[in-house]
Design a protein around this ligand. Structure first.
Ligand SMILES: Cc1ncc(C[n+]2csc(CCOP(=O)(O)OP(=O)(O)O)c2C)c(N)n1
Ligand SMILES: [Mg+2]
Length: 327
């Protein structure tokens, strides 16, 4: 029996906070370094959305598979991908998760069940049907999880995947990360139904909507639908209502936001602040313990950046490797 109201013990709570803080620090550091011109390519940041990735991934092991999105750094970190290899990848360096050939939108690590970020909206859902079908045949009670944004949820690939998963009764979960925008288009303009749960019902899938800025709400709801999938109960949809703290991409002027919107969501809907307040109020973690984790994470990210900057660039000869899988 624990003497606090949470479904996790103290070290699990510390781990959850550390992972969320790692994502935040990783993203906020990229924001700064990108604006300095240090980072090649295109970057979409997950800051603000951490509670969803961490609350869901807390239920997964390396044998469970996920397919991510263009906004994938948070999913990678929460799934256990090494942050140094991620930072090197984003800097386009050798030793990166894909040896510097993929960049931000193609980070993958199959040893961690991370099947890849994806620049094509809605492309992860059919992959997850495949992974979940394989899991069903392997009979190890593994699950596969697809992430899509509110905008990508309109893609035919996503909707077809809901149907396939339902008729095959797959151990799959479809997470809709509803941050209110697809680039600059608001969700209310682009999605006809008020709730994604209604859309799931149209495909014969149960659905749950949660406050994606509340780690514990996500953890509880994800636990329920993942358990059901592992036990053969079939796929579900989980909508996480969330906020993004940066632009759609780095460099976005965000003129589509209401005046004061960004300040307001950072003030009232910060999932890290909420988590810290909840665990401190319950007396499980102290402010000093939280600060110690913050400091530890700051050093981890600084080290990742130093290593990424020092790593060599891929050479012309590297173009010819990793093109085909060798059997
Ligand atoms: C098939 C496809 N169509 C369009 C795009 C261009 N695009 C990239 S991100 C994006 C908006 C995505 O919005 P959402 O799914 O809500 O995810 P968010 O960026 O909010 O996390 C669009 C239209 C794309 N990458 N792939
Ligand atoms: Mg969105």
């Amino acid at each position: 029996m624990s003497n606090h109201p949470f479904p996790l013990n103290k070290s699990e709570l510390e781990r959850a906070y550390r992972t969320m803080r790692t994502i935040r620090e990783f993203e906020d550091r990229l924001h700064v370094d990108f604006s300095r011109g240090d980072i090649p390519g295109f970057v979409h940041l997950y800051a603000g959305e951490e509670a969803a990735a961490v609350g869901i991934m807390a239920h997964l092991g390396d044998g469970d598979r996920i397919a991510s999105t263009h906004r994938g750094h948070g999913h990678c970190i929460a799934k256990g991908v090494d942050v140094v290899s991620m930072m090197k990848e984003i800097y386009g360096k050798k030793g990166g998760a894909c040896n510097g050939k993929g960049g931000s939108m193609h980070i993958a690590d199959l040893s961690k069940g991370m099947m890849g970020a994806n620049g094509i909206l809605g492309a992860g859902a059919p992959l997850v049907c495949g992974a979940a079908l394989a899991a069903k045949f392997r009979k190890k009670n593994e699950v596969a999880i697809s992430f899509v944004g509110d905008g990508a949820s309109n893609q035919g690939t996503f909707l077809e995947s809901l149907n396939l998963a339902a008729i095959w009764n797959l151990p799959a979960l479809f997470v809709v990360e509803n941050n209110g925008y697809a680039e600059s288009t608001s969700r209310d303009y682009a999605v006809a139904v008020d709730s994604f749960v209604d859309r799931a019902a149209g495909f014969g899938l149960p659905g749950i909507t949660v406050d994606g800025t509340d780690f514990f709400a996500v953890y509880e709801a994800a636990g329920e639908v993942i358990r059901r999938a592992r036990e053969g109960g079939g796929p579900s949809l989980l909508e996480c209502k969330m906020v993004r703290f940066h632009g759609h991409f780095e460099g976005d002027a965000q003129t589509y936001r209401a005046p004061g919107e960004l300040e307001s969501i950072r003030d009232t809907q910060d999932c890290l602040k909420k988590f810290a307040a909840q665990v401190m109020e319950a007396g499980v973690l102290t402010a000093a313990e939280i600060q110690a984790i913050d400091k530890e994470v700051l050093a981890l990210i600084e080290d990742a950046v130093v290593q990424a900057k020092a790593a060599p660039m891929p050479t012309a000869a590297d173009l010819l490797s990793d093109v085909y899988v060798t059997y």
